[in-house]
Design a protein around this ligand. Structure first.
Ligand code: R5P
Length: 293
């Protein structure tokens, strides 16, 4: 029933206090719309400003990758420790329980396999699917210098345009051809092109030399790609160096799920990314947790 009998006269307008207008915590993202910011804040932890994305989308071009043969068995136990799952709609619908509260980054480009030219991708998922699946961002591969460079860039800009309409951010994934140099000069070029053309954040590989110039010259957040499996201490060192040199977190797959102790590894990665733990301390944590298991 409406409270009409005793309407309170004392109102709290706080006329002496200006309303707070907070800036948004992510680099280059303050002018984005509310829905996009809200989704980004579910991917990136607003306290640390960083994310641990678990990439398990490899099957979209290479089939049942080692460690991903049975996602229900090997990956679902890792999900609680990831900030975000990066995957395809096929795996999301068939294996991930819809009761999850994890943020989802959906792979939306595709069309090529390891048997053909990888850069020959198209947009492979309708925007309606991303809306229906309640995703927090869409991932599009961009092949700067690749055979289908232009097509992959246009895939990305299309998703940025469509995503902006509905408040869904786009992550550009820089994909480097086998024969191309993986150096800071390349990643500065690739990341900057993606950012200039509207990507909300970008996945880039780490390079030993001058990675800080890659993050500095990119006006939006960069997350570090994991790459091939390397020893755990090396992977933790790479993640540590990347975040210390300006990355806003990691998007790692094989170095987590192909580890001897994947739960221990993802927890160690979290320590490096969110708590600034040194690689040595995180490796100790990894070994302790591994031995407990
Ligand atoms: C990259 O092209 C795809 O998104 C991969 O499936 C994913 O990024 C690979 O992750 P990682 O290299 O850490 O295994």
């Amino acid at each position: 029933m409406a409270d009409t009998d005793e309407i309170k006269e004392a109102k709290m307008f706080h006329t002496d206090k200006p309303q707070k207008t907070e800036g948004f915590f992510l680099k280059g993202s303050n002018s984005l719309d509310w829905g996009i910011k809200n989704r980004l804040a579910r991917i990136f932890n607003p306290v640390s400003g960083r994310t641990v994305m678990l990439a398990i989308d490899h099957g979209y071009f290479q089939g049942p990758t080692t460690g991903l043969e049975r996602i229900d068995i090997s990956i679902l136990p890792l999900a609680p420790y990831a900030d975000t799952l990066m995957l395809t709609r096929g795996i999301l619908r068939s294996i991930v329980p819809p009761t999850t509260s994890k943020s989802i980054v959906l792979r939306v480009s595709g069309g090529a396999s390891i048997l053909k030219e990888l850069s020959n991708e198209d947009i492979a998922v309708d925007i309606e699917e991303s809306i229906r699946l309640n995703v927090c961002a869409m991932a599009v591969q961009v092949f700067i210098g690749g055979e289908y460079e232009r097509q992959s860039i246009i895939n990305m800009t299309r998703m940025v345009d469509i995503g902006n309409r509905y408040g869904i951010p786009t992550m550009a994934v820089t994909a480097v051809g086998k024969d191309m140099a993986r150096d800071a000069k390349y990643f500065r070029l690739a990341c900057r092109i993606c950012a200039e053309l509207g990507a909300h954040y970008i996945k880039s590989y780490y390079v030993e030399k001058d990675f800080d110039t890659v993050t500095a010259s990119c006006p939006v957040p960069i997350v570090m790609a994991g790459g091939k499996k390397i020893p755990e201490l090396d992977a933790l060192t790479m993640a540590y160096n990347a975040v210390q040199k300006g990355a806003a977190g990691v998007d790692m797959g094989r170095n987590i799920f192909q580890s001897e102790a994947p739960v221990a590894m993802i927890k160690a990665v979290r320590a490096v990314v969110h708590d600034n733990e040194t690689p040595a301390a995180a490796f100790d944590l990894y070994n302790t947790l591994k031995n407990q298991d």
